[in-house]
Write a protein that binds this ligand. Sequence first.
Ligand code: COI
Length: 399
Amino acid sequence: MLARQNIRINALRMFSSSMKTMTTGGLPLDASKLKIVNKSTPSKPRPNDELVFGQTFTDHMLTIEWTKAKGWDVPEIKPYGNLSLDPSACVFHYAFELFEGLKAYKTSDNKITLFRPDMNMKRMNKSAARICLPTFDSDQLIALIGKLIEQDKHLVPEGKGYSLYIRPTLIGTTAGLGVSTPDRALLYVLTSPVGPYYKTGFKAVKLEATDYATRAWPGGVGDKKLGANYAPCILPQLEAAKRGYQQNLWLFGPEKYITEVGTMNVFFAFKNSKTGKKELVTAPLDGTILEGVTRDSVLSLARENLDPNEWEVNERYYSINEVAEKAEKGELLEAFGSGTAAVVSPIKEIGWQGKDINVPLLPGEQSGPLTKKVAQWIADIQYGRKTKDNWSRVVADLN
Ligand code: COI
């Protein structure tokens, strides 16, 4: 048993080290070559209350073509518009597609900052390497995204819960139905002024625990931001919605481990009646969990701000059965999802085996006390009220 496990771990190590050494030949991505074509009439900003997540785009987009023969071509910022692709392009048939999601914020001192873009670029390159699409220099793409935001800076919304959502996307564009490594690709970046991800804003949601479908599995690609990971997740969500739940809670394996919620990472807070301590817990990054930037931010801020005499912060396996048992004993304190789009999304109820597990909320409020604090810690950094390491990168100064 142990020998079999060691063989698997070694095989996975060999596989990931071969991914690290995979290089992209030809010209490197070079932000200094940027060409800009302006839209003739700039749009006016829409009022915040009209912004529906991902429905409005700014005036310009960034596109960069790649070919195996030449490498990365000249980056272009041009008016937002349709793409023209061969209908046999491999993106349409074999899902050579990956994306990222990050946000830019208008800060209290009138600057526009990107939140932890280095983390997104790192993950984007990992996703690209896994599906044989070209990798690139992260700093060059961050610089180009900065230029794109600067171009449409008048469209970045202001205010609590408002930001510019940035969607870098990489697709294989090789024409033909043979299944092989793409020799052409297109990297493009869209920007979308957004408000809260859920129309209801910061409001606790009801989840249904799903054990009849699996989001990701060991040795799979659940930790990569591939479009192909998202489409199969809609049906279980619709099933949950039919029974009155807004999202589903993904379980894995016979142990029914809790992995993610909808398209987000998930955290639970427990009380340990024996030690008297509290625990903030999320699933470990074992290759089946998306390496969420918000997940990482929550963990860092919790480790920094919570009193270790009162709290433990753990990345460990835990199951829906453990949550149900703890709820019975009054030891379930809080639960929330974390992701770029919704940032922190409180949970109030989990449907499991025909019963609802109640997650306590503060009286008359939409979350528990820790969830509220975590959301505040992150927002303070995103909106420039506080600083932390190099988390906020200034891309435009509006003063
Ligand atoms: C996120 O919140 O991180 C997401 O990936 C959501 C996105 C798919 C809309």
